[in-house]
Each structure stands twice: as C-alpha cells, then as structure tokens.
Design a binder for this molecule. Structure first.
Ligand code: ATP
Length: 224
C-alpha cells in the first residue's frame, strides 16, 4: 500500500476503516486511546506468516486491534496480475475469522487512484480520533519505506513496527520498533506457485482460505 499504480474499486458498503469500534481500555481510571495496528499487504493469498506476525505484534505491543488492509492495486508488485480485490478481501476475512482483535478494512480497495499508505493512515486517524496508530510491515517492505509517498508524515502519524522475515535483516534506523518474531518462511508468491501445481496449501493457510482458493480456482489449480 505504498502507492504508485492506480487502485481498482471494489464494491461494498462504506464503513470507517477498522470500524466496529470497541471502547478503549481504562488505564488508571482514564480512558486511553485505542491501540491500533494497520497491516497493509496484497494478501494474495493471506497466510500463516501474516497471521503469526499480526498476533505477535498484538501481544508484544498490547494492541487492541490489528486491521488488515488489502491493497486495491498493490503499487509495490511489479509484473504479474494480482487477484481481484474482492477475492483477496474475502480470503482475508476468512483468514482472520475467530480472532476478536483482528479486522479487515476495504478502505484501500474502495479508494480511487493509487493506494498511498499516508492516505490510509490519515483515514484511520480521522476514523479513530485519539487512537495510537501503528503501521505493521515486514522487513522487506520497510526496506523500501524511504521511497513511499511522504514517509516522514507516515512516521509522525503512526509508529512503524517492522517484523523480521527469513532472508531479511534489520536496516535503517530512526523511529522503528523491531519485532523479535519467529521467522516463518511462507510467502504468498510461493503459495500461488504451489497451488498452480495442484499442491496442498494445508497448514500454510487457514483451512477456510484453502477451500476458497480451491472453490474459485484462484491460482490455476484444480478444485481438489
Ligand atoms: P508475495 O510473496 O506475493 O510478495 P507476501 O507473502 O510478501 O507476498 P504481502 O501481502 O505482500 O505477502 O505481505 C504483506 C505484509 O506482510 C508485508 O509487509 C510483508 O513484509 C509481510 N509478510 C508477509 N509474509 C511474511 C512472513 N512470512 N513473515 C513476516 N512478515 C511477512
């Protein structure tokens, strides 16, 4: 969701990003702002690497909510078509089912024009006044952060939280919180390739996501 290419529009009702607001926790008698992480990605498909990272961040940073934000047309993906936003939204909703702290926002899929992270962060700030915003990403994404639109403004509006990924390492400096998450060597591209060869995605994606992929024959695989 860094933003260079135009986003496709996806149908769906309008709602504030990360809506279904629950009241913030009471801290020493005062109502503290919600602690929200925005987790952008292509989620083509969502996998256990994404979910483990989100849950790790939730626990380590005492987050009230992690909001998965599938990109409309992901600007950082070059070459190769991306699965339609409606499918990626549906799979992401299936993937997070059962975790009361997880949400999915269609804000980037609905937006016209490129999906810029700064626009998303500002949309969350408007929708959740007083919230402490975090922007969650893997180290591979953070390595490109300086090239995003208005990186300084993003870093002022949201705390950057970066997770290590197999093959990636800590880079840069500044106001970044690094997560000491266990590296799960799972990627959507490897899963798409597996599905295309008709291989099982079981234990790599939630069962409901695997069923959705099979039912819609998303990656060129069979229904089996
Ligand atoms: P692809 O293989 O198609 O590039 P991906 O697996 O990297 O996809 P994305 O949807 O692009 O998935 O990732 C969304 C965010 O999740 C990115 O910030 C990425 O760095 C992070 N991420 C993805 N997989 C992992 C993983 N296994 N461990 C930690 N972070 C991950």
């Amino acid at each position: 969701m860094t933003g260079r290419r135009p986003a496709r529009r996806a149908a769906g009702p309008r709602a504030a990003p990360g809506a279904r607001v629950a009241p913030g926790k009471r801290v020493r008698g005062k109502r503290a702002g919600l602690r929200i992480a925005i987790f952008g990605g292509t989620f083509d498909p969502p996998h256990f690497g994404h979910l483990a990272l989100a849950e790790w961040a939730r626990v380590e940073l005492a987050l009230d909510r992690v909001c998965f934000v599938p990109a409309g047309t992901p600007p950082h993906k070059r070459g190769g078509a991306t699965t339609a936003a409606r499918h990626r939204l549906a799979m992401t909703r299936l993937a997070i089912a059962g975790n009361p702290s997880f949400r999915v926002s269609a804000v980037e899929c609905r937006r016209e024009g490129p999906s810029y992270s700064i626009d998303t962060v500002r949309a969350f700030a408007r929708a959740h006044p007083g919230a402490k915003l975090h922007l969650l990403m893997g180290a591979d994404m953070y390595a490109t952060f300086a090239t995003w639109r208005e990186p300084e403004a993003i870093a002022r509006a949201a705390k950057l939280v970066v997770a290590l990924r197999p093959g990636s390492r800590r880079s840069g400096g500044g106001r970044v919180t690094w997560l000491a998450n266990p590296g799960l060597d799972v990627s959507s591209s490897a899963l798409r390739a597996r599905a295309a060869r008709g291989r099982s995605l079981r234990y790599l994606v939630p069962d409901a996501v695997a069923r959705y992929i099979a039912r819609h024959r998303l990656y060129g695989g069979s229904r089996a």
